[in-house]
Design a protein. Structure first.
Lengths: 677, 186
């Protein structure tokens, strides 16, 4: 410009020329002014040193709301959000101009009505002849609309991403936080979620140091921070002014502006998103509405992500269950009988791969039922909802396996399916057969034992009347040889003989009853009576002079449905065992006890105890096994027989160690009173 | 001592056994007394006469072996013949060790029973005789003067008359005289 002046002075134009020049210069100036005024951007010419506005265009009024004359001559501070921002703007501006002569920035400014807006600034400088910076020309463009539009596009994209990854909570949180930070115009933050205790737990953070994360990772339900969030209203301010306390030591990281926006879903606060800045003094107002609008969306997304994650977890759990159950599991389509899905165990057991398994039909697997039987079986299951049965499965190699199947109906995709769970019981069936054989053997041995016990019992019981018969007969013989014979006494002897003979016959009859086989005659009977009868009957078995039996029979013991003869056998076996255990002990220390008691809800308990050597703790269950014996001459069948009888009565038998030494064998029979009640 | 008919005490809990045994024993020409339980016998007045016990082993309350033990603790008692439905070896050994005359099995032949009973009665008679003699000697010793008793003790201890006389400071004729007299004194 100075050059041009020089040229003009040197050329000494004519008045016309000057006039024309002046005119054209005016025109140019006018055009410039018009253009200056017509610019959409606000243009400020600012004195560098005082930062006073020297000139500005008309757009200033549209953008900032101030008439041009109110602006001219004023320091620019009033256009900034606050003094701090004003000073920062200055620092950054001069640094940039010194470096490159131009300063581009996006900054928040304040309108006349106090509202804030985001603006793009392009600032250039004008230097004088000495190279001193004299003025700066600042072009300010209101980009609030565009800024928001841009941000919302980005936010939309982020949230879309978040949606697409909604199965996993962490990426969702990351996207949500990035969106919130971008919308807010700040640079760091975190998302807190309410945990099951009602406290706020930091679920995700960005841009803050691990120390700060550690310090601010949790706020309990009753903390001020949590209560503030639970109120559901956004809070903006400066970190320090808000008075929010950190949960740990306070590495504030120079955070200044802070925005805490509660996240809610279906009217319930689920957490909050905190956005902060160490640069800005206050959360930009322009972003607040967008942040708040997005917060509700974020709340929904997070809730859905949580639900999805939970669903996925439960699906995984179901899948794990499906795979890990120790049984074979398969799902069949009920209509076609086709296997839809089976677990690894099912494929292993049937000898097919998982892929081969799919598409098999029940007919391929079932080895016992005919296709017609299968169809009617399926119909029955669909009708009742479930069934448990034993059958045989055919493996891919043709081998047959015994299985126990538990099947239930399930509705999947609107179609009835059969969920079949089965266990290979081939080994069990084999074992059962072996057991059955063993039991038959036991039954045979039991009969032998019974016969010998009966023979022994018969011998002892008959001894008494036989003794009397023999003695009376021999006495009669002697009496008849007397001089004179005492016929009266002979007659009395004969009367006694008849009585004793009858008594012997009665004993034989009652023993025959005891031997009688066939279906056990069950009737409600008094256990105490059975115990008394037994002790009377089995008394002769006791070697004389050995243990006496002390009885303590419970009162008000209800009747038990039983075959009294069989239960007598149990009691006599137990008493005989106790006697044998205490053989050689003095009558005082042998101490055999028979007790009965009624335990409501359990049944009638009979306990036979002795003070013998007892049973080793590890053998308490084994004593009931057939052929378990501690005696050199024992067969080891007595307790096994007892168990089979007691269990046939729906009862239970067990052995204990008697306190103070010895053994105690108890059995319990269900009382009829309990069955009725 | 007594010329009375010996008495057999039958102890058995079975009434018909009791009655028939008593009848048989009476037919043997002996007295019979029956008891249903061992305790009933213990409650009876002490028996001074000649007799024996026919005892069942297994009874409600006190058993035969317990009764035997109880009788042993007291004074002289009639010898015991066990009669049992089921004699096992340990019980019979124990019974015999403690002085039982016999251990018989039910049912018993009458002559076997009679032999056992007679043996028991005979043993009781001997016991009774010894008992009677012992009592007489005790009575005579009690009648000696203190000096005579000193002489007796030395003589019983096996001292010679001389030694005895020297120790007691008496004439040699005194112990000699005591030896002559002793049989009639005691």
């Amino acid at each position: 410009m100075s050059d041009r002046h020089g040229v003009l002075e040197d050329a000494t134009p004519t008045a016309d020329e000057r006039c024309r020049l002046e005119e054209s210069e005016r025109d140019a100036r006018l055009r410039l002014d018009r253009a200056f005024a017509a610019l959409g951007e606000a243009v400020f010419v600012v004195d560098t040193r005082s930062r006073v506005i020297v000139d500005c265009n008309q757009a200033v009024e549209r953008i900032f709301g101030y008439p041009r004359n109110e602006v001219l001559g004023r320091n620019t501070e009033f256009l900034h959000v606050d003094r701090e921002m004003y000073e920062r703007f200055g620092r950054e501006l001069f640094a940039a101009l010194d470096a490159s002569g131009i300063f581009n920035t996006r900054f928040e400014m304040k309108r006349r009505d106090g509202s804030l807006f985001v603006s793009d600034h392009t600032v250039t400088e004008v230097r004088d002849e000495r190279g001193e910076r004299v003025i700066v020309v600042s072009v300010v463009r209101d980009v609030t609309e565009r800024h928001l539009a841009e941000q919302q596009v980005l936010a939309g994209r982020e949230l879309l991403l978040a949606f697409s990854e909604a199965r996993d909570l962490q990426p969702v949180l990351r996207h949500c936080l990035e969106t919130a930070i971008r919308l807010s115009g700040m640079e760091c933050g975190g998302i807190y979620l309410i945990d099951e205790d009602g406290g706020l737990r930091l679920a995700h953070s960005s841009g803050i140091s691990p120390e700060f994360v550690a310090a601010a990772s949790y706020y309990p339900a009753d903390s001020r921070n949590t209560r503030l969030v639970m109120e559901g209203k956004p809070v903006y301010g400066r970190h320090r002014e808000l008075g929010l306390r950190l949960s740990g030591p306070e590495p504030r990281e120079g955070l200044q502006a802070l925005a805490v926006v509660p996240l809610s879903s279906q009217g319930r606060v689920i957490g909050c998103v905190n956005v902060a800045s160490s640069v800005m003094c206050e959360a930009p107002h322009s972003g607040r509405a967008a942040l708040e609008a997005t917060a509700s969306l974020i709340g929904l997304i997070i809730t859905r992500a949580q639900a999805d994650a939970a669903l996925q977890e439960s699906e995984e759990r179901y899948r794990t269950l499906f795979e890990r159950v120790p049984d074979c599991v398969a799902l069949f389509d009920a209509a076609s009988g086709t296997l839809v899905e089976g677990n690894t165990l099912a494929s292993t057991m049937l000898g097919y791969t998982r892929e081969e398994l799919r598409g098999l039909t029940i007919e391929d697997i079932e080895a016992v039922e005919s296709p017609e039987q299968i169809t009617s079986h399926i119909r029955k299951v669909l009708q009742h909802g479930s069934d448990v049965f034993e059958t045989r499965h055919r493996r891919s190699d043709g081998a047959l396996r015994d299985v126990r199947v538990s099947v239930s109906t399930v509705e999947l995709d609107g179609k009835p399916h059969l969920l079949s769970i089965w266990t290979d019981i081939t080994d069990r069936v084999t074992a059962e057969n072996a057991l059955r054989q063993q039991q038959e053997m036991l039954a045979r041995a039991e009969r032998v034992a019974r016969v010998s016990a009966i023979a022994s019992s018969l011998a002892h019981e008959l001894n008494q009347p036989l003794t009397a018969i023999l003695s009376s007969a021999q006495a009669a013989r002697r009496l008849l040889g007397g001089r004179p014979p005492d016929l009266e006494e002979v007659r009395r002897a004969l009367d006694d003989l008849v009585d004793d003979g009858r008594r012997a016959a009665q004993i034989v009859a009652s023993l025959r009853e005891m031997v009688r086989r066939g279906s056990p005659a069950r009737r409600p009977a008094d256990i105490n009576e059975v115990v008394r009868d037994t002790l009377r009957l089995c008394r002769p078995v006791a070697p004389e002079g050995e243990a006496r039996v002390r009885t303590r029979l419970g009162r008000a013991v209800p009747h038990v449905l039983m075959d009294p003869v069989q239960i007598q056998q149990v009691v006599s076996n137990l008493v005989a065992n106790a006697r044998q255990a205490t053989a050689g002990a003095s009558p005082e220390t042998a101490g055999i006890g028979v007790e009965t008691a009624y335990r409501p809800g359990t049944g009638v308990v009979v306990a036979v105890s002795d003070r013998g050597p007892g049973v080793p703790a590890g053998d308490l269950d084994r004593v009931f096994e057939a052929f378990y014996t501690t005696r050199p001459d024992g067969l080891g069948l007595g307790l096994a027989i007892c168990r089979s009888i007691v269990e046939a009565h729906g009862g239970k038998i067990w052995a204990e160690r008697r306190r103070g030494g010895g053994a105690r064998v108890c059995f319990v029979l269900p009382a009829t009173a309990d069955a009725d009640g | 001592m007594s010329r009375e008919t010996p008495t057999v005490f039958v102890i058995d809990d079975d009434p018909s056994v009791r009655r028939s045994l008593a009848r048989l024993i009476r037919a043997m020409g002996l007295e019979a007394e029956t008891f249903a339980a061992a305790n009933d016998f213990l409650r009876r007045q002490p028996f001074e006469g000649n007799g024996c016990i026919v005892l069942d082993l297994r009874m409600p309350g006190m058993t035969g072996l317990e009764l035997q033990a109880a009788l042993e603790g007291g004074e002289r008692h009639p010898p015991i013949v066990f009669l049992t439905g089921h004699g096992d070896v340990p019980a019979s050994v124990r019974a015999m060790k403690h002085g039982a005359v016999d251990f018989l099995q039910k049912p018993v032949e009458d002559d076997v029973l009679e032999r056992a009973i007679r043996t028991a009665i005979e043993r009781d008679r001997e016991l009774l005789e010894r008992h009677r003699r012992a009592r007489e000697i005790h009575a005579r010793i009690a009648a000696l003067t203190p000096r005579e008793r000193e002489v007796m003790e030395h003589v019983i201890a096996g001292d010679l008359n001389k030694q005895c006389a020297a120790r007691l400071g008496i004439a040699v004729s005194a112990p000699r005289g005591f030896r002559c007299l002793a049989p009639s004194m005691l």
